[in-house]
Design a binder for this molecule. Structure first.
Ligand SMILES: Cc1cc2nc3c(=O)[nH]c(=O)nc-3n(C[C@H](O)[C@H](O)[C@H](O)COP(=O)(O)O)c2cc1C
Length: 199
């Protein structure tokens, strides 16, 4: 049986880059910058300082992006509540599936995903790259692409609130990511979001 790493509080992710799942922390559902200030600071940032992200910050970021804020519904809306979008997470040297219900990162593969993510000047310095993936068996592509925008904006707003940088990226290598993340026939990458620490 696969072991789940139990990581606590401010502990970084360096020790977790193994072929194992990572247990996330309960998300911080309060606080952050004032809403209008957050909107004022929302922008695309492409220059990051390479630094490790704490498990708590990663947990909060993923929850803000597409976590469950009610027993069966999420922080981002989907057309007809199809919930066809899931997040894949690329950390230094390893890729994971964000199991939002269980609040766990499920290990997928080790490797260097920079070429698949594209724009190496940005992605190699990011603390994490979030890959948004649609299950096209659950809804029409049109809705999957529209719904992707809500997750993207959640990531932008979390980043602005937490003083991090991020940028929506459509210029990834879809075929490479498909292989690297071990996606299945009906799954399609819709957007990549590196998130990193600002200079
Ligand atoms: C769907 C989408 C795809 C994008 N793809 C890229 C990309 O591949 N590379 C990049 O550097 N920026 C990308 N961007 C960021 C835009 O260039 C950026 O949002 C725009 O210049 C406006 O800047 P702002 O986000 O700071 O307001 C993308 C944005 C969106 C919404």
């Amino acid at each position: 049986m696969k072991k789940i790493f139990l990581l606590f509080g401010v502990m970084g992710l360096a020790c977790s880059m193994q072929a194992q799942d990572i247990r996330l922390n309960p998300p911080t559902r309060t606080g952050g910058k004032a809403f209008m200030e957050t909107l004022n600071e929302r922008r695309s940032e492409r220059s990051y300082v390479k630094k490790e992200m704490s498990v708590q910050m990663l947990s909060d970021l993923l929850w803000a992006a597409n976590g469950f804020n009610r027993p069966d519904k999420r922080t981002a809306p989907t057309a007809s509540n199809k919930q066809e979008l899931e997040l894949y997470v690329v950390l230094e040297g390893a890729a994971y599936f964000y199991d939002a219900k269980q609040n766990v990162l499920k290990f997928i593969a080790k490797g260097d995903f920079t070429a698949a993510l594209g724009q190496a000047n940005i992605t190699s310095k990011a603390a994490v790259s979030i890959v948004i993936v649609a299950d096209t068996g659950k809804t029409a592509s049109k809705y999957a692409y529209l719904d992707t925008g809500y997750i993207s904006q959640n990531i932008y707003l979390y980043a602005a609130s937490a003083g991090l940088g991020t940028v929506a990226r459509g210029s990834y290598n879809g075929a490479e990511l498909f292989k690297a993340l071990k996606l299945t026939e009906k799954q399609e990458v819709t957007l990549v979001h590196p998130v990193g620490f600002l200079q």
